[in-house]
Design a binder for this molecule. Structure first.
Ligand SMILES: NC(=O)c1ccc[n+]([C@@H]2O[C@H](COP(=O)([O-])OP(=O)(O)OC[C@H]3O[C@@H](n4cnc5c(N)ncnc54)[C@H](O)[C@@H]3O)[C@@H](O)[C@H]2O)c1
Length: 324
């Protein structure tokens, strides 16, 4: 369906409107029906919602409410996750696939990347793996082309690959470490955004992009000047890209994880259990996050459920940022 030309219904696919007959349709029309028009193609699907109570008369109780297990939020959409082999990226790839998306998992950790794909496939999802170093612009452009070749279009992207630098004060940081961190956490997002936006504009069907920033990009943290600076930069890139591409139906948002239990964080916790415990108990929700909780927010940000959200830097941090 071309963007802006009509409506499609998701969430009720196994109800046969014809079989329901005209009384069903009349009842539906009388009911509080809200239809989100498929404006500028962010959604390939429109969304129809109604009150189940009002519709429970006239023998149409059988009309199913949305069946989560059968209808994915991202059915038929295609896209990519960078850094999808481990941690938050793996959780993103698995959540996307669970919601019906076709996912290209990219990373430089090939064994773990292939494992992510195998996990998705054995759960019934669709995924491919591609070795991609996100600090290499040509490789990033090839990754976007690989999505199009494998699945036909690029509808969403999660630019997630990245990592922290050694926790030194700024004045003791080295040029090499600083430049490495900027290449990995900042330049990579520029390459990804550029390649993805070119492709999405060419398709002329909108799209949604999430860049993984960090709460370190929302307030200053000791020992993380390079990393924090790069993540602040990612939020800046996100906002500029959102402004430039909104009228093409392309939404661009940033996810700002707080402390999330991935291998890297587990390593830090093992090195300094008391310090980790103290930092964790200062989080309003009293614990570190799980990769799946980051993935849930990211999936929402690329889904039609966030169709009026662009340019935000969303903290998913148990409230830690409001305590700093
Ligand atoms: N875990 C946290 O507490 C936390 C907090 C804030 C932000 N983040 C951000 O979330 C993202 C994911 O972090 P994570 O905790 O899942 O880390 P992780 O180390 O578990 O996963 C990062 C993935 O990126 C891949 N990667 C590294 N360099 C790459 C490169 N040059 N090209 C392609 N892939 C590369 C790694 O192989 C790995 O699979 C990162 O951007 C990180 O900065 C994490």
């Amino acid at each position: 369906m071309r963007p802006g030309t009509g409506l499609a219904v998701v969430g009720f696919r196994d109800f046969d409107v014809e079989a329901g007959g005209s009384s069903v349709l009349r009842t539906i029309r009388r009911s509080r029906i809200s239809v989100e028009r498929n404006r500028l193609g962010d959604s390939k699907h429109g969304h129809l919602s109604f009150s189940g109570h009002e519709l429970s008369r006239d023998g149409i109780r059988a009309w199913p409410r949305r069946k989560e297990e059968e209808v994915g939020l991202l059915d038929g959409r295609s896209g990519l996750v960078t850094g999808g082999a481990n941690g938050i990226g793996r959780a993103m790839a698995e959540s996307l696939a669970r919601e019906g998306a076709n996912v290209l998992v990219s990373d430089i950790d090939d064994d773990a990347g292939v494992e992510t794909v195998q996990r998705i496939r054995s759960a019934g999802g669709t995924a491919e793996y591609l070795h991609t170093d996100v600090t290499d612009q040509d490789a990033v452009f090839a990754m976007v082309q690989a999505v199009v070749e494998a699945f036909g279009s690029l509808d969403f992207a999660m630019n997630n690959a990245g990592g922290g630098s050694a926790g030194r004060p700024l004045h003791r940081d080295t040029k090499e470490n600083f430049e490495h961190t900027i290449r990995l956490d900042y330049m990579s997002v520029f390459y990804c955004l550029k390649a993805e936006i070119i492709q999405m504009r060419k398709q002329n069907a909108g799209g949604a992009i999430v860049n993984t920033a960090s709460t370190a990009g929302l307030s200053g943290l000791a020992g993380l000047a390079a990393y924090g600076g790069a993540k602040w930069g990612v939020i800046g890139l996100t906002q500029s890209a959102a402004v430039e591409n909104g009228r093409f139906g392309i939404r661009v948002n940033a996810l700002c994880p707080g402390s999330t239990e991935t291998e890297a964080i587990r390593g830090i916790a093992e090195m300094d259990p008391a310090g980790y415990q103290a930092r964790t108990s200062a989080i309003p929700l009293g614990r570190a996050g799980r990769p799946e909780e980051q993935a849930d927010a990211a999936v929402w940000l690329v889904s039609p459920r966030s169709s009026y959200v662009t340019g935000v830097a969303l903290p998913v941090d148990g409230g830690s940022i409001i305590r700093r």
